[in-house]
Design a protein around this ligand. Structure first.
Ligand code: FE
Length: 198
């Protein structure tokens, strides 16, 4: 993935959004209309990624790793990539991303660190998360929790969502601008975080 510039980033987004119409991550669901899937929030919106509640299952000191996939953890593998950007579209190197999620049955590991991990963006603000599709649990649609922090800046706590999920409309926290843009491989998606760095 190229890092992109201020000018080609929106174009790449459009390509990804179009590709997402080829298929849904959920194999049972298909036939996405061209305008149904909005791309993740573009940095040229000049709006920061919205924050959401942390929830009860965050644990500090997760292991540093880009893959949360461990042997014995069942589930559909997915890859989520993207950049951390400022509201001025500048990549943020060295930003901390700390992900945590439930397993395919909707359960969090509150004793260990299964499906928890943190990482730092590279020189071009990129991150890469290999994980499994999280399950659902009562009251919540499918989601991944994340904390994002540019060096020496406040922490943004938020959650990421998946398109075409039946439970999205019933989830009081769901919002479409936190949707991961799912690519045509049905197992890869993109989300760019936009931070207001002042
Ligand atoms: Fe949760």
């Amino acid at each position: 993935m190229s890092s992109g510039s201020m000018n080609d980033n929106p174009r790449r987004r459009a390509l990804i959004a179009g590709a997402a119409c080829v298929g849904s991550m959920l194999a049972a669901r298909s036939g996405l209309a061209a305008d149904e899937l909005k791309p993740t929030r573009a940095c040229d919106d000049h709006d920061a990624t919205p924050r959401q509640m942390e929830g009860p299952f965050f644990k500090p000191r997760s292991p540093e790793r880009t893959s949360l996939i461990e042997s014995g953890v069942p589930g559909t593998r997915i890859l989520v990539t993207g950049q951390v950007l400022s509201t001025r579209c500048q990549p943020v190197p060295g930003a901390l991303l700390d992900f945590w999620q439930c397993d395919s049955k909707g359960e969090y590991d509150n004793r260990g660190n299964t499906l928890r991990g943190h990482q730092f963006t590279d020189a071009e603000g990129r991150y890469r998360l290999e994980t499994i599709l999280p399950g659902v649990y009562p009251g919540r649609t499918r989601h991944i929790h994340v904390k994002v922090q540019a060096p020496n800046k406040p922490i943004l706590t938020t959650q990421l969502y998946f398109p075409k999920e039946p439970q999205n409309a019933k989830d009081f926290l769901f919002r479409p601008d936190l949707l991961i843009a799912i690519g045509d491989a049905q197992s890869a998606g993109r989300f760019d975080f936009v931070l207001k760095l002042g």
